[in-house]
Design a binder for this molecule. Structure first.
Ligand SMILES: [Zn+2]
Length: 304
């Protein structure tokens, strides 16, 4: 019979490990805080046209379950010394996709970061798992002193009410985006290609996953950290087979092409990557591997 906390000789500790992580990037202090995981079941919910046997082979070879995918939500905070920039915000109060998310604010506070200290919230794209944490359950801003930087095309797309008639998750995401962007609409920073949003933080246009998707490059003391948003969802399936159709890409052909292009560049240049949905805290490097890419998690620092 398995022991429980009540029957164990020494009661089990409850609660999870601290789901935030801090590291240095040049002279910047960086913190990754998890909004909590998303589970997709079955894996073809992400890659609907992929051959089932090949999906199972890749997952099994990586010691992962073959009946579901777990996507983390790694929100990065960069304190440059002058500005505090948060990249993406998790699902917030929305529970339509997962009940495990919505933990970002608590984890920021646990890490010592006051949401009111955030100057800029940089949104890679308008999907609800990235923009859903901008407001609380009553629609009030969670980051009262922040401006919101995002692609203008994404803002227009994901606040377009006509898209709610499509049904499915797209309509829900549009309603969620309208709610989340509303209190920030007078303090938006519209992104174009190579827009510098803070000293050392530059947006690069990478449309495909969505019409206005951006990645961000954080540069300090000659080192670059690439915040790649949803260029890839899963550290095995999306990288090993970047050409597979991704169910959440607005333009599946453009999404696949951009995924291969940018990760090809990051592999060649040996850049450091912060991937939003990869296993927490999502920091590592990509290398060319087979027909696609492999993921190499970074060693975590235990002393700053
Ligand atoms: Zn996402």
């Amino acid at each position: 019979m398995p022991f429980t906390s009540a029957t164990a000789a020494v009661p089990f500790q409850s609660g999870s490990a601290p789901a935030w992580y801090r590291f240095r990037h040049g002279s910047f202090e960086c913190t990754v805080a998890s909004d909590g995981p998303i589970t997709l079941r079955p894996p073809t919910a992400l890659v609907p046209s992929a051959p089932q046997a090949e999906v199972e082979r890749l997952l099994s070879a990586a010691f992962l379950p073959t009946d579901s995918l777990t996507l983390d939500q790694n929100a990065l905070v960069v304190n440059t010394g002058e500005k505090v920039v948060l990249f993406d915000t998790g699902f917030g109060v929305d529970r339509s996709i997962t009940r495990d998310a919505g933990r970002l604010l608590g984890r920021l506070r646990a890490s010592g970061i006051d949401p009111a200290s955030v100057d800029i919230v940089a949104i890679t794209h308008g999907h609800l798992d990235h923009a859903g944490g901008l407001v609380d359950e009553r629609g009030r801003p969670n980051f009262p002193n922040a401006r919101v930087a995002m692609g203008a095309a994404d803002y227009d797309f994901w606040t377009d009410l006509s898209k709610t008639s499509n049904g499915g998750w797209v309509g829900g995401f549009v309603r969620g985006a309208r709610r989340n962007f509303k209190p920030y609409r007078d303090r938006l920073i519209p992104l174009g290609d190579r827009t510098e949003i803070a000293p050392g933080v530059t947006a690069i246009s990478t449309s495909g996953h969505t019409v206005g998707h951006h990645v961000f490059v954080v540069e300090s003391e000659g080192r670059s950290l690439w915040v790649t948003g949803d260029l890839a969802h899963h550290h095995v399936l999306s990288l090993r087979r970047p050409e597979w159709v991704d169910a959440f890409d607005t333009d599946t052909a453009a999404g696949a092409a951009k995924r291969r292009e940018v990760f090809g560049q990051l592999a060649r240049e040996r850049q450091t990557v912060l991937a939003y949905h990869f296993p927490f805290p999502g920091i590592g490097h990509v290398t060319a591997e087979g027909e696609g890419f492999g993921w190499n998690p970074a060693r975590l620092t235990t002393v700053l």
